[in-house]
Design a protein around this ligand. Structure first.
Ligand code: IYR
Length: 227
Protein backbone atom coordinates (compact mmCIF):
# COMPACT_ATOMS: atom_id res chain seq x y z
CA UNK A 1 0.00 0.00 0.00
CA UNK A 2 2.73 2.45 0.88
CA UNK A 3 6.27 3.08 -0.33
CA UNK A 4 9.20 4.82 1.32
CA UNK A 5 7.87 8.25 0.32
CA UNK A 6 4.62 7.62 2.20
CA UNK A 7 4.44 8.81 5.78
CA UNK A 8 1.74 6.86 7.56
CA UNK A 9 -0.22 7.10 10.78
CA UNK A 10 -2.43 4.54 12.46
CA UNK A 11 -6.00 4.46 11.13
CA UNK A 12 -8.54 5.63 13.67
CA UNK A 13 -11.32 3.06 13.28
CA UNK A 14 -13.98 2.28 15.86
CA UNK A 15 -15.12 -1.27 15.23
CA UNK A 16 -18.83 -1.81 15.84
CA UNK A 17 -20.91 -4.96 16.05
CA UNK A 18 -22.92 -5.88 12.97
CA UNK A 19 -26.13 -5.05 14.88
CA UNK A 20 -24.80 -1.56 15.64
CA UNK A 21 -23.77 -1.07 12.02
CA UNK A 22 -27.20 -2.10 10.78
CA UNK A 23 -28.87 0.18 13.30
CA UNK A 24 -26.74 3.15 12.24
CA UNK A 25 -27.25 2.47 8.53
CA UNK A 26 -31.00 2.41 9.15
CA UNK A 27 -31.02 5.57 11.28
CA UNK A 28 -28.98 7.47 8.71
CA UNK A 29 -31.20 6.27 5.88
CA UNK A 30 -34.29 7.60 7.69
CA UNK A 31 -32.57 10.90 8.41
CA UNK A 32 -31.53 11.39 4.78
CA UNK A 33 -34.82 10.14 3.37
CA UNK A 34 -36.47 13.14 5.04
CA UNK A 35 -34.26 15.62 3.18
CA UNK A 36 -36.06 17.67 0.56
CA UNK A 37 -34.96 20.50 -1.66
CA UNK A 38 -36.66 23.60 -0.30
CA UNK A 39 -37.49 26.67 -2.39
CA UNK A 40 -39.20 28.83 0.22
CA UNK A 41 -36.78 30.03 2.86
CA UNK A 42 -37.40 32.00 6.02
CA UNK A 43 -35.12 34.99 6.64
CA UNK A 44 -34.36 33.65 10.14
CA UNK A 45 -30.69 34.06 10.99
CA UNK A 46 -28.41 31.01 11.13
CA UNK A 47 -25.29 31.17 13.27
CA UNK A 48 -22.04 31.09 11.28
CA UNK A 49 -20.55 28.47 13.59
CA UNK A 50 -23.03 25.88 12.26
CA UNK A 51 -22.12 26.72 8.67
CA UNK A 52 -18.40 26.48 9.44
CA UNK A 53 -18.77 23.06 11.12
CA UNK A 54 -20.65 21.73 8.11
CA UNK A 55 -18.02 23.19 5.76
CA UNK A 56 -15.33 21.31 7.69
CA UNK A 57 -17.37 18.14 7.07
CA UNK A 58 -17.50 19.00 3.35
CA UNK A 59 -13.74 19.50 3.40
CA UNK A 60 -13.28 15.94 4.70
CA UNK A 61 -14.36 14.54 1.33
CA UNK A 62 -11.98 12.31 -0.61
CA UNK A 63 -10.47 14.03 -3.64
CA UNK A 64 -8.24 13.24 -6.60
CA UNK A 65 -4.63 13.00 -5.32
CA UNK A 66 -5.90 14.69 -2.13
CA UNK A 67 -5.77 18.06 -3.89
CA UNK A 68 -9.02 19.16 -2.18
CA UNK A 69 -9.87 21.21 -5.27
CA UNK A 70 -12.76 23.17 -3.80
CA UNK A 71 -13.54 26.63 -2.50
CA UNK A 72 -16.67 27.61 -0.61
CA UNK A 73 -17.71 31.27 -0.77
CA UNK A 74 -20.08 31.92 2.14
CA UNK A 75 -22.41 34.82 1.42
CA UNK A 76 -24.72 36.49 3.91
CA UNK A 77 -24.22 40.18 3.04
CA UNK A 78 -27.59 41.43 1.72
CA UNK A 79 -26.02 43.55 -1.04
CA UNK A 80 -24.05 40.59 -2.42
CA UNK A 81 -27.04 38.24 -2.19
CA UNK A 82 -29.03 40.82 -4.14
CA UNK A 83 -26.32 41.04 -6.82
CA UNK A 84 -26.32 37.25 -7.14
CA UNK A 85 -30.11 37.13 -7.31
CA UNK A 86 -30.29 39.75 -10.06
CA UNK A 87 -27.56 38.10 -12.15
CA UNK A 88 -29.03 34.61 -11.66
CA UNK A 89 -32.55 35.74 -12.56
CA UNK A 90 -31.22 37.32 -15.73
CA UNK A 91 -29.75 33.97 -16.82
CA UNK A 92 -32.87 32.11 -15.71
CA UNK A 93 -35.18 34.41 -17.70
CA UNK A 94 -33.16 33.54 -20.81
CA UNK A 95 -33.25 29.88 -19.87
CA UNK A 96 -37.01 29.65 -19.33
CA UNK A 97 -38.01 31.91 -22.23
CA UNK A 98 -35.67 30.68 -24.97
CA UNK A 99 -32.59 28.68 -24.06
CA UNK A 100 -34.26 25.60 -22.54
CA UNK A 101 -35.47 23.00 -25.04
CA UNK A 102 -39.11 21.93 -24.71
CA UNK A 103 -38.24 18.52 -23.24
CA UNK A 104 -36.24 20.18 -20.44
CA UNK A 105 -39.12 22.55 -19.61
CA UNK A 106 -41.45 19.54 -19.52
CA UNK A 107 -39.08 17.69 -17.17
CA UNK A 108 -39.07 20.70 -14.82
CA UNK A 109 -42.86 21.24 -14.87
CA UNK A 110 -43.56 18.91 -11.88
CA UNK A 111 -41.14 20.99 -9.77
CA UNK A 112 -42.98 24.23 -10.51
CA UNK A 113 -39.77 26.23 -10.94
CA UNK A 114 -39.53 29.49 -12.87
CA UNK A 115 -37.04 32.33 -13.33
CA UNK A 116 -38.02 34.02 -10.07
CA UNK A 117 -35.44 33.31 -7.37
CA UNK A 118 -36.44 35.33 -4.26
CA UNK A 119 -34.77 32.73 -2.01
CA UNK A 120 -31.37 33.93 -3.23
CA UNK A 121 -31.99 37.13 -1.28
CA UNK A 122 -34.17 35.87 1.57
CA UNK A 123 -32.22 32.82 2.79
CA UNK A 124 -29.57 33.70 5.38
CA UNK A 125 -26.72 31.99 3.51
CA UNK A 126 -25.68 31.21 -0.03
CA UNK A 127 -22.68 28.90 -0.23
CA UNK A 128 -21.15 29.20 -3.67
CA UNK A 129 -19.08 26.13 -4.44
CA UNK A 130 -16.14 26.48 -6.81
CA UNK A 131 -14.03 23.73 -8.35
CA UNK A 132 -10.34 24.52 -8.73
CA UNK A 133 -9.42 23.13 -12.14
CA UNK A 134 -5.86 24.35 -11.55
CA UNK A 135 -3.75 25.66 -8.71
CA UNK A 136 -0.85 28.04 -9.18
CA UNK A 137 2.42 26.69 -7.77
CA UNK A 138 5.12 28.84 -6.16
CA UNK A 139 6.34 29.94 -9.64
CA UNK A 140 2.78 30.82 -10.67
CA UNK A 141 2.75 27.85 -13.05
CA UNK A 142 -0.60 26.20 -13.53
CA UNK A 143 -0.71 22.79 -11.87
CA UNK A 144 -3.61 20.60 -12.94
CA UNK A 145 -5.97 19.05 -10.39
CA UNK A 146 -7.55 15.63 -10.92
CA UNK A 147 -11.16 14.45 -10.93
CA UNK A 148 -12.32 17.93 -9.98
CA UNK A 149 -16.03 17.44 -10.78
CA UNK A 150 -16.13 14.14 -8.92
CA UNK A 151 -14.29 15.54 -5.89
CA UNK A 152 -16.42 18.68 -5.67
CA UNK A 153 -19.56 16.59 -6.18
CA UNK A 154 -18.65 14.38 -3.22
CA UNK A 155 -17.81 17.41 -1.03
CA UNK A 156 -21.12 19.02 -1.97
CA UNK A 157 -22.97 15.82 -1.07
CA UNK A 158 -21.31 15.72 2.33
CA UNK A 159 -22.16 19.40 2.85
CA UNK A 160 -25.83 18.82 2.04
CA UNK A 161 -25.91 15.81 4.39
CA UNK A 162 -24.14 17.75 7.16
CA UNK A 163 -26.53 20.71 6.88
CA UNK A 164 -29.57 18.44 6.81
CA UNK A 165 -28.25 16.51 9.80
CA UNK A 166 -27.73 19.79 11.63
CA UNK A 167 -31.39 20.69 11.08
CA UNK A 168 -31.18 23.17 8.21
CA UNK A 169 -32.77 23.17 4.78
CA UNK A 170 -30.89 23.45 1.49
CA UNK A 171 -31.47 23.97 -2.21
CA UNK A 172 -28.96 23.08 -4.90
CA UNK A 173 -29.27 25.88 -7.41
CA UNK A 174 -27.43 25.93 -10.72
CA UNK A 175 -28.15 28.96 -12.87
CA UNK A 176 -26.42 28.35 -16.17
CA UNK A 177 -23.99 29.78 -17.09
CA UNK A 178 -22.63 30.71 -13.65
CA UNK A 179 -19.54 32.65 -14.68
CA UNK A 180 -21.09 35.84 -13.25
CA UNK A 181 -20.21 34.54 -9.79
CA UNK A 182 -16.43 34.94 -10.22
CA UNK A 183 -16.38 38.76 -10.44
CA UNK A 184 -19.06 39.20 -7.77
CA UNK A 185 -17.11 37.03 -5.31
CA UNK A 186 -13.62 38.03 -6.51
CA UNK A 187 -12.67 34.44 -7.34
CA UNK A 188 -9.88 33.79 -9.87
CA UNK A 189 -10.57 32.47 -13.40
CA UNK A 190 -8.88 29.14 -12.44
CA UNK A 191 -12.00 28.42 -10.36
CA UNK A 192 -15.25 27.21 -11.90
CA UNK A 193 -18.52 27.90 -10.08
CA UNK A 194 -20.28 24.53 -9.80
CA UNK A 195 -23.26 25.16 -7.52
CA UNK A 196 -25.04 27.67 -5.33
CA UNK A 197 -26.20 25.96 -2.15
CA UNK A 198 -29.00 27.96 -0.54
CA UNK A 199 -29.08 27.38 3.23
CA UNK A 200 -31.49 28.34 5.98
CA UNK A 201 -34.75 27.46 7.68
CA UNK A 202 -37.77 26.64 5.54
CA UNK A 203 -40.57 29.20 5.51
CA UNK A 204 -43.37 28.19 7.93
CA UNK A 205 -45.76 25.66 6.34
CA UNK A 206 -43.61 25.29 3.24
CA UNK A 207 -44.95 22.76 0.79
CA UNK A 208 -42.77 20.72 -1.56
CA UNK A 209 -43.59 18.83 -4.77
CA UNK A 210 -45.12 15.39 -4.22
CA UNK A 211 -42.30 13.41 -5.79
CA UNK A 212 -40.97 9.96 -4.97
CA UNK A 213 -37.58 8.27 -4.94
CA UNK A 214 -36.64 5.29 -7.02
CA UNK A 215 -36.79 1.92 -5.28
CA UNK A 216 -33.72 -0.19 -4.56
CA UNK A 217 -34.70 -2.47 -7.47
CA UNK A 218 -34.71 0.50 -9.82
CA UNK A 219 -31.30 1.84 -8.83
CA UNK A 220 -29.27 -1.29 -8.10
CA UNK A 221 -28.08 -4.39 -9.92
CA UNK A 222 -26.37 -7.13 -7.97
CA UNK A 223 -23.33 -9.05 -9.16
CA UNK A 224 -22.66 -10.97 -6.01
CA UNK A 225 -22.55 -14.68 -6.75
CA UNK A 226 -20.51 -16.56 -9.32
CA UNK A 227 -22.72 -18.63 -11.61
N1 IYR B 1 -31.54 26.39 -13.23
C1 IYR B 1 -32.98 26.51 -13.45
C2 IYR B 1 -33.57 25.29 -14.05
C3 IYR B 1 -33.53 24.04 -13.30
C4 IYR B 1 -32.86 22.96 -13.83
C5 IYR B 1 -32.89 21.74 -13.18
I1 IYR B 1 -31.98 20.16 -14.07
C6 IYR B 1 -33.57 21.59 -11.97
O1 IYR B 1 -33.59 20.35 -11.32
C7 IYR B 1 -34.26 22.66 -11.45
C8 IYR B 1 -34.23 23.88 -12.09
C9 IYR B 1 -33.68 26.91 -12.14
O2 IYR B 1 -33.05 26.87 -11.09
O3 IYR B 1 -34.84 27.27 -12.16
Amino acid sequence: MSNDATKTIKLSFAELTEAQILQRADTFYHLMQARRSVREFSDRVVCRQIIDRCLLTAGSAPSGANRQPWHFAVVSAPAIKRQIRLAAEKEEEEFYSSRAPQDWLEALAPLGTDSNKPFLQRAPYLIVIFGQKFVLDENRNKQKNYYVSESVGIATGLLIAALHNAGLATLTHTPSPMKFLNPILHRPPTEKPMMILVVGYPEADTRVPDITRKSLQEIVSYHCEEN
